[in-house]
Design a protein around this ligand. Structure first.
Ligand SMILES: Cc1cc2nc3c(=O)[nH]c(=O)nc-3n(C[C@H](O)[C@H](O)[C@H](O)COP(=O)(O)O)c2cc1C
Length: 506
């Protein structure tokens, strides 16, 4: 056993329990339990980074140097990296959603999309849970004494929070937001991190600021895998992630009240940090190597202070980390992927004939591939320009559109999860300028390297729709064939060759 499961966790799915998720990965040989002592000062992160880049097993570090006598904490690295097990590249993503380990990109996106059409299931309040087993309050807390990892040698500090979930709520309690945003260690009882005004956490913080008050928060590690996935998903403002998570798993999330505020947190999470985000105090944060795979050393920013008033945790608690950098890591496998699912829903709601959306991991969350149903497209009686502009305004004007600068439209002969297909379609069907449609009226997230460090000539940095369809495909079925073994030889001949392959001498 890689981890101890409580009796009620044995019956849960991998989407509903982190420990069940870990156990299943172990059983399927996609997890390595590391008992040797590892140093949280770069060593843990360097191992996780190598794991991402080689698509190796996820490491559970059981023996972290400096582990606190109270058990804080073990570390789980690359929790949603890709896997090199044949036929199971997306095993960790699939298990976040309770899908079979062999699930394809299409099955994953369609699961997220289908749950959007189901009625939400609100959370269920319980009086307590494993996360209340141990408690540290007020001056008992010393974050500096915890083995908080230093992730990249050019980072501006140690990052406690890279793959935990923040819970905040509007002052009247009607809107509860679960989301991921990073936080750096600042002091004995403080963290510092960005709170983007555009994100729901930023909108809710403004509500508290308007009342002249600090915003209560809970930072939760080891929430259910479905919950961490949805926390990274830009679902519409005003909606509660909890209800969609319930729809995804078919069961309500069990939540329990914090010790020091009115926030409800997942009852079987691993560790909870409770506190308030100051409405006035800031400190220098970062830099941290980013999801785009670069770091600009020395570039720190002033960000709000998060003051910690309580820590609660279960036995042998596990801290999850995401070591951002070259893809794929959780930025692509969780954030980019859930953005793609959200864009599919948005396009469908706008009546656009889009069958599938994918964010190729290699694009570091910057290319979104929209697969067009060409039969439905022809029925629309439209043309390349009108259609591309409509898609651009729909996607770039949406909530995830802030993060998305480049959209590729491909036909349904192209598999958007196959990078070879995307490059082939773009290279052969997208004429520079004629098939490209530019937009400068929509803002971009400042983290995109050419936004923070590139020239701007329009109102904002440009976004683009690149149409990888022939103009004729908008009006009739164009007569062309793919020149490949599968598509340009009679089926009978293909079967014969496959049968006799080794007898030819291969
Ligand atoms: C691993 C991971 C790390 C993330 N880190 C940040 C971050 O540091 N800052 C940020 O603004 N968004 C970050 N995000 C993206 C947000 O979580 C995401 O856009 C989410 O939808 C924002 O919440 P909202 O929909 O409630 O606005 C991260 C996502 C993931 C999956």
């Amino acid at each position: 056993m890689a981890v101890t499961l409580l009796p009620h966790e044995i019956t849960k799915s991998s989407a509903e329990s982190l420990r069940r998720f870990i156990q299943e990965l172990h059983e399927e040989n996609d997890l390595v339990v590391i008992s040797a002592e590892v140093d949280p000062d770069l060593e843990v992160a360097a191992i996780a980074r190598r794991v991402y880049e080689t698509e190796d097993k996820a490491p559970l570090f059981n023996n972290v140097k400096g582990q606190h006598p109270n058990g804080l904490f073990r570390i789980f690295g690359a929790p949603v990296g890709a896997s090199r097990i044949p036929g199971k590249r997306f095993i960790r993503i699939a298990k976040l959603l309770g899908l079979p380990s062999t699930a394809t990109g299409q099955e994953i996106i369609h699961k997220l999309n289908a749950a959007k059409r189901l009625p939400g299931i609100p959370p269920k309040e319980v009086s307590s849970g494993p996360v209340k087993d141990f408690k540290l309050l007020g001056d008992e807390i010393d974050l500096m004494a915890l083995p908080i990892p230093f992730l990249h040698q050019d980072d501006g500090g140690k990052f406690l929070q890279t793959f935990g979930m923040y819970v905040v709520q509007s002052p009247d309690g009607s809107w509860v937001n679960w989301s991921i945003t990073r936080s750096m260690l600042h002091g004995k009882r403080s963290l510092v991190g960005p709170v983007m005004p555009r994100q729901d956490i930023g909108v809710i913080r403004q509500m508290w600021k308007d009342k002249g008050q600090d915003m209560p928060f809970a930072l939760c590690f080891g929430v259910s895998p479905a919950a961490i996935m949805v926390s990274g998903m830009p679902i519409p403002k005003g909606t509660n992630e909890t209800d969609y998570i319930g729809a995804l798993t078919g069961n309500p999330v069990e939540v329990t009240k914090c010790e020091t505020n009115n926030i409800r947190v997942p009852a079987d999470a691993e560790i909870i940090f409770e506190g308030v985000v100051s409405n006035s105090e800031t400190a220098s944060e970062g830099p941290m190597a980013e999801y785009h795979g670069l770091i600009f050393p020395g570039e720190s920013k002033q960000c709000p202070l998060f003051k910690v008033n309580a820590i609660t945790y279960r036995k042998d608690p596990i801290l999850l980390i995401c070591v951002t950098g070259r893809a794929p890591e959780e930025s692509e496998t969780v954030w980019g992927l859930t953005q793609a699912a959200e864009v599919l829903t948005i396009c469908q709601d706008a009546g656009l004939p889009i069958k599938m959306v994918w964010n190729p991991f290699e694009s570091h969350c910057l290319w979104f591939i929209l697969q067009v149903d060409r039969g439905e497209l022809r029925a629309l009686n439209t043309n390349m320009k009108d259609f591309s502009l409509k898609v651009g305004h729909t996607v770039f004007g949406s909530k995830p559109g802030f993060y998305i600068p480049k959209v590729y439209l491909v036909g349904d002969d192209i598999d958007p999860t196959n990078l070879k297909d995307i490059i082939w379609a773009s290279a052969t069907r997208c004429q520079p300028r004629v098939n490209e449609f530019f937009f400068d009226q929509y803002p971009n997230i400042g983290l995109i390297p050419y936004v923070s460090h590139g020239d701007r000539i329009g109102q904002f940095h440009y976004k683009v729709v690149r149409c990888c369809l022939f103009p004729e495909e908008f009006s009739h079925e164009l007569e062309w064939r793919e020149a490949s073994f599968k598509n340009n030889y009679p089926q009978e001949l293909q079967n014969k060759i496959e049968r006799q392959w080794t007898t030819y001498g291969f």
